[in-house]
Structures are given as C-alpha cells and as structure tokens.
Design a binder for this molecule. Sequence first.
Ligand SMILES: [Fe+2]
Length: 256
Amino acid sequence: MIDIHSHILPNIDDGAKNTEMSLEMAQSYIENGYTEVIATPHWIEYGGTPKRERVIEVLSSFKKRLEVEGMDLKIHLGNEFFITPNLLQYIEEKEGATLNNSDYVLVELPMREYPQYVESVLFDLQLKGYKPIIAHPERYSFYREDPNRLGKLIAKGIYAQMNFPSIAGQYGKEVQKAAETFLKHNLIHLAGTDSHSNRRRSPKVKEAVKLVKDIVGEDEFHAMTISRPAKIIANEEFVVKEPMEVKKKKWFQFWR
Ligand SMILES: [Fe+2]
C-alpha cells in the first residue's frame, strides 16, 4: 500500500517526536504492507510551520537513515495544508509542498465551523490545474451532519481521503459511522493513516483494512490504497465512482 497522509517525519510538527519514533513508525508501515509513504507535515498559515526547505532537509536525512537501517520504505515530500483564503498563493509561491510535487494538494478543514471560503479556495485551486483532496472529511462535524455537502464538492472533481483510524472507531462512534456512510456512498477515494506516532494514531491498520474491504470490496480498496496513490505520485489522473446521495433515515428506520 501507499500512504498519502502521514506525520512520520521527526520533530517537524505534532507527529513523530524524534527519529527513533519515525523509525518505529516505518517498521509498522512495513509490517502492515506499506511500500511508500508521502510525508505530509502540517502547513498552517501563521502557525510557525517549517519552511519547505526545512521539510526537504529532514526528509532527505530520514531517507538516508532508512537506507542505513536497511528498511525498504520509500518516503515522498508533501504537506497537509490547513485551508486559508490565500492557499493558492502560498502553493504557487512554494511555501509548502503538494503531494510529491504533483498537482494533488492535501487540504485540511477546521473540525467544527465551516469557513465560507472553502468552495472558492478549492475551485480556484482547480482553475489553476491543482487537484484538491479533502483530508478526513468524516472528522468534520459539518460533513457528518450533511454528507451531501461533501457529495456536491466531489461531483465537481474534489477528492476525499478517509483516515483508517476513523473506521476503526479511534475518534469515536460518530466519526466511525460517518466513515461507513461515506464509503458506502462513494464519497471517499483514498484511505490514509494520518499516523502521528506508533501508538494511537499509527500505521497499524490491519483491522481497519478489513473493515474497509468489507464495505467497498477488494477492487475499490486496491484503488484507494495502491493505484490512486501511485497515480498521485506519478502526477497522473485517475477515475472515481459517481458520488451517491445520502438519504436521511425516516423515523421508523432509526431502530433498524
Ligand atoms: Fe494529518
């Protein structure tokens, strides 16, 4: 598998605290069937985010360390951009990195309140040829409450990435339920770990992998974790299924 969302790099955000932890995560990645990882440290406007050059430095020294340790895991450059009205400008000025310098951009939204500029920022990115991927939509209250809001963006060519820990229930029942609903309605195109350490949010995804496969089937699972991520790395396009409308349950269906 290929992970497109990971905080494996040491001491650069709230992910791996040091190289030891990054190496432990790398070991878990390998044991869980991963061959490649796109490192996506948080990029936050006014958030004291490390410059792109610094991320490249840390990435290249970690890659060397993996080689020394004989660990067979490829790591690529990326960022997880926290949305801001000026996102396009920051990306054009190369303040942060798209996924492996491709047209694909991993974008994080606030957990609760929905900024009015989400659509305009994402569509402006598209107009310039970028392909936005919304990170873990199941974690945002506004998409849980109204999944069709996400569906409308997907119908316009926006992609969405689910976190494996979501489906495994690590963020609670509500997030888990939403992840299931989104998967069943073609509102998810990619599955990532969003791992921050080797403990709670980690690359240990075997249980979650089974749960996702049970919902979407082997072929779609392969697309979510191998073929689409490979296309992202190669900066090639991929196809996705049409999003389906999520119908509100009628009162008599609630107890089923
Ligand atoms: Fe993340």
